[in-house]
Ligand binder design. Structure first.
Ligand code: HEC
Ligand code: HEC
Ligand code: HEC
Ligand code: HEC
Length: 368
């Protein structure tokens, strides 16, 4: 009796162990032969995720207004960040903001604009925090598309990238007093480095001030970062030499830029919003929400698997203002031996934007 019970348990356990995914599972070699660098993807589940996202993409009028002359002086009373748009383009952008951010509320324009006692909408007033936050988010999005193309690419980002029709994106963080959780603050909002590996062989304690707690912090963050992008360590590292930049896939440089960009967003745009959040939008220590990789990536190696919904090009309001960004990086194909997961997905015919190649400019390794 007991034995049969155990056998049942074992069989159940085996079933659980065989995992949750039905084959096929494709593995694509991403590194040199023998180092075990593979990106593992199930084309069916990946295709399912891509399809699910494609279905949610909203219909917004996607042709910029033909007239791109700025609206004449005096058209608006309190416009600080969208003054370079024509009136038609301005209105198109307001409609899009409503869909991208406020779709789920059913409030339409009123989500960001005050309704007066007489029932009229006051578009000029800043007496509602959602409008103040939105203005800051527009500035941030313009900045990302103008100055951080080295991370967000030519296509850039728009409100939909993070919000997807919800007033709150699915992923953000607050200060956390619990010492047994990942401390994002030390990495995604402070300038603190996290490298721990000694660069000299047989170095003594005096050469490396990093201790076991720093190491724990580093691994915690690395595991967490991998989850935020839905990849494993070898997406960014040669596992034999984690610290070596020369032997890392180009994705690691891209990731380091992502870290710097995330800090910039938290310092320049989220921290200044702190006084504006209502109490029920704050963390346990009273601070406002902050960004992390998953705010944009949401578990995908490229946000929304590169679907054009995140495309900022069609939105002059969210685009670079003035001269084109002079330092935009040259894109060239990565070397075949060091294929990235994104390239691997492309090789499998899974990547929605086949033409995109990984940036591989010089190593961006000057942080410390
Ligand atoms: C997600 C927030 C949001 C939504 C929704 C929204 N707006 Fe706005 N609106 C703003 C922000 C932010 C500004 C200020 C822009 C600036 O400072 O450049 C603004 C400014 C305006 C102005 C200029 C007022 C002035 O003269 O100063 C008008 C008009 C306007 N919005 C109309 C609309 C209409 C119509 C809708 C609905 C279709 C709408 N807005 C929906 C955020 C929003
Ligand atoms: C990089 C990701 C990202 C982008 C891009 C982005 N947002 Fe946000 N937004 C956030 C996060 C994170 C929050 C904080 C969530 C919360 O309110 O707790 C937020 C909050 C907001 C809120 C307040 C919501 C609430 O109910 O408290 C508004 C309004 C808003 N964003 C508007 C916009 C607009 C308009 C755009 C496009 C111009 C935009 N956002 C682009 C990440 C983003
Ligand atoms: C998305 C890319 C990415 C992924 C995935 C990733 N890392 Fe990293 N890793 C980096 C970057 C970028 C740095 C350098 C960070 C810095 O200097 O701020 C780094 C640094 C490290 C370091 C420190 C090297 C040194 O010089 O001290 C170790 C160790 C490490 N990662 C291990 C891991 C492990 C283990 C995993 C899987 C759990 C992992 N990484 C996943 C990008 C990644
Ligand atoms: C503001 C949104 C945003 C944030 C925040 C963000 N990313 Fe990205 N990331 C993007 C976009 C958009 C792309 C696609 C760029 C392209 O198409 O060339 C991308 C691409 C990447 C890639 C290259 C993927 C490939 O295979 O081509 C890596 C690696 C990456 N991000 C890592 C990170 C890490 C790590 C963080 C957090 C520290 C982060 N990102 C934060 C928007 C973001």
């Amino acid at each position: 009796m007991k034995i049969r019970y155990l056998a049942c348990l074992a069989a159940g356990g085996l079933l659980l162990l065989t995992g949750c995914e039905r084959p096929p599972v494709d593995a694509v070699q991403t590194g040199f032969r023998g180092v075990g660098m593979e990106h593992i993807a199930n084309p069916r589940t990946l295709q399912d995720s891509v399809n699910a996202i494609a279905e949610r993409v909203p219909t917004v009028p996607d042709t910029p207004a033909s007239d791109q002359e700025p609206a004449p002086e005096g058209t608006w009373e309190n416009v600080q960040v969208l003054g370079h748009l024509s009136e038609e383009e301005f209105n198109r952008t307001m409609l899009a903001l409503t869909t991208w951010v406020a779709a789920e509320t059913g409030q339409g324009c009123n989500y960001c604009h005050v309704i007066e006692d007489d029932g009229e909408v006051n578009f000029v007033s800043d007496d509602i925090y959602t409008k103040v936050v939105s203005r800051d988010m527009i500035r941030m999005t313009q900045d990302l598309n103008e100055n951080w193309q080295s991370h967000v690419g030519e296509a850039g980002v728009n409100c939909w990238t993070c919000h997807q029709g919800q007033t709150k994106p699915a992923n953000y963080w607050f200060y956390d007093p619990n010492p047994d959780t990942v401390d994002y603050n030390r990495y995604y909002s402070d300038q603190e480095g996290i490298r721990v590996i000694s660069q000299n062989a047989l170095s003594g304690d005096s050469d490396n001030e990093r201790d076991i707690w720093d190491t724990r912090h580093l691994y915690w963050l690395m595991i967490d970062m991998s989850e935020q992008l839905g990849v494993n360590c070898t997406y960014c590292h040669t596992s034999a030499r984690f610290s070596d930049w020369e032997e890392s896939p180009p994705q690691r440089v891209q990731a380091l830029r992502g870290v710097r960009m995330t800090r910039h967003m938290n310092q320049e745009y989220m921290a200044p919003l702190d006084p504006h959040w209502p109490d029920d939008q704050r963390g346990v220590l009273g601070d406002g929400p902050k960004m992390q990789c998953a705010t944009c990536h949401a578990g995908a190696y490229v946000p929304q698997y590169g679907l054009p919904a995140t495309n900022a090009e069609l939105w002059p309001g969210l685009q670079r203002i003035g001269d084109p960004h002079p330092g935009s990086p040259e894109y060239n194909p990565g070397t075949p031996a060091m294929m990235s997961a994104g390239q691997a997905a492309r090789a499998l015919g899974l990547h929605p934007s086949e033409a995109r190649t990984a940036p591989q400019d010089q190593q961006d390794d000057d942080q410390d």
